[in-house]
Write a protein that binds this ligand. Sequence first.
Ligand SMILES: CC(C)(COP(=O)(O)OP(=O)(O)OC[C@H]1O[C@@H](n2cnc3c(N)ncnc32)[C@H](O)[C@@H]1OP(=O)(O)O)[C@@H](O)C(=O)NCCC(=O)NCCS
Length: 182
Amino acid sequence: MDYKGPSLPVRTVAESQSEMTELILPNDTNTLGNLLGGRLMHFIDLVAAMAAFRHSRTHVVTASMDHIDFIAPVHVGDLLILKSSVNRAFNTSMEVGVKVWVENTIAGMHRHVASAYLTFVAVDSQGRSVPVPQLTPETDEEKRRHEDAGRRRELRKEELERRRAMLPPETAIYGTVRPGRK
Ligand SMILES: CC(C)(COP(=O)(O)OP(=O)(O)OC[C@H]1O[C@@H](n2cnc3c(N)ncnc32)[C@H](O)[C@@H]1OP(=O)(O)O)[C@@H](O)C(=O)NCCC(=O)NCCS
């Protein structure tokens, strides 16, 4: 679905909050029976994309995933619970926060295993970035996340500039070569 025009709604955090639960099976794990880090990142990307889709109601692409710590192992047979919400909408991009817990199915205990911030960019069917609806934070927690997301965006920009400056000029990164873009 392409972006249709300038009148974008303003949305709340609750409208796009998303949740996903996965049963960890042997195919998701390493030789010790622990969830693979890359598989966890895949689940994080998916649940974050759900919130970004629901907020923007258009195509979205992952522009970046911030630093992620794997706090505790997840074992085969555990349930992985992932929750995502849009922290802030900018022009064409959105920061989505994801928090992940593991539930031991036998003991019924929950433990926080990872958190991540991702940036998604809304695009049309040609891959061109399009504006996203603005976000109204309602609760104190949502307002704090909204403020923090603004600070993280500035840090990301500085880091991106720093990395760009370190690369040889002929190296194409971050959307410099993309179909449908000048
Ligand atoms: C993400 C992407 C659309 C950005 O394209 P671009 O030409 O750099 O776009 P622009 O410079 O116009 O920036 C568009 C927005 O993306 C944001 N952005 C671009 N690169 C970013 C990055 N590395 N991290 C966070 N935000 C980024 C910009 O801040 C801008 O946000 P704003 O409009 O809210 O101010 C482009 O790099 C792309 O298509 N990448 C591939 C995405 C993909 O395939 N993801 C799947 C993972 S493999």
